[in-house]
Design a protein around this ligand. Structure first.
Ligand code: MD3
Ligand code: FE
Length: 203
């Protein structure tokens, strides 16, 4: 389903086996060193979703090769199979060829976590962002490129869903206003929600 030009939602794109394997990998990546951390914003706030990065480490609002705002160790490598997954996601949706994916940002949400409306503009490349959801269902709010307020479209993202954001949607405001506790598929064995975004740095 095309939500807006360049923004394509594919429910249930990851089969249960791939959801399981991606979750297992995320649990490994979350371990120290350079594991899961709390993200502090320059204004003194703390993001409620916790995060781990692969390839490049994101800190508000730039990228580095070390976990500058974590334990200071080198960021974990971005594995080739994630690039292949990202390129397959784009081929299945927008169809356009892309450069290699080299950044993964993995956000862990408990039932109270949220993500405020923001734009992702710290990457140099305008290649599409690939989003993969695991675990609890959330409300994903997809806005416009001008303001962090209306008009926006609310979409539920469930475990296994793919969302690709390219073209004019690449710089749209978006956020996660709500996570529905206890809605993850039981067989996955995940409490909470996990979102993997794949990006091309262009660095
Ligand atoms: C639209 N993540 O990591 S996924 C983020 O569920 C982020 O964790 C949310 O916003 C999450 O930056 C939303 C959907 C998403 C991700 C990246 C985008 C939408 C996007 C980048 C550009 C435009
Ligand atoms: Fe974002």
């Amino acid at each position: 389903t095309e939500i807006a030009p360049g923004a394509v939602h594919v429910p249930d794109w990851l089969d249960p086996a791939l959801q399981h394997d991606l979750l297992t990998a995320c649990r490994e990546w979350a371990r120290p060193p350079a594991g899961l951390r709390e993200v502090r914003t320059p204004g003194g706030g703390t993001m409620t979703a916790r995060q781990v990065c692969l390839g490049w480490h994101w800190y508000p609002y730039a990228y580095s090769r070390t976990t500058t705002d974590g334990d200071g160790t080198p960021v974990k490598p971005f594995p080739p199979w994630l690039d292949e997954l990202g390129r397959r996601a784009v081929a299945d949706t927008l169809g356009a060829p892309t450069a290699s994916y080299d950044i993964a940002l993995i956000n862990f949400y408990d039932a109270d976590a949220r993500m405020g409306m923001h734009r992702d503009s710290d990457e140099k490349s305008d290649a599409p962002v690939v989003s993969l959801s695991l675990g609890d269902t959330c409300v994903f709010r997809f806005g416009n490129t001008e303001t962090r307020t209306k008009p926006y479209t609310d979409v539920e993202l469930r475990s296994g869903d793919l969302f690709v954001f390219g073209g004019p949607s690449r710089l749209a405001y978006h956020g996660v206003p709500r996570v529905y506790e206890g809605t993850a598929p039981g067989e996955l064995g995940l409490k909470g929600r996990l979102n993997v975004t794949l990006r091309v740095s262009g660095f």
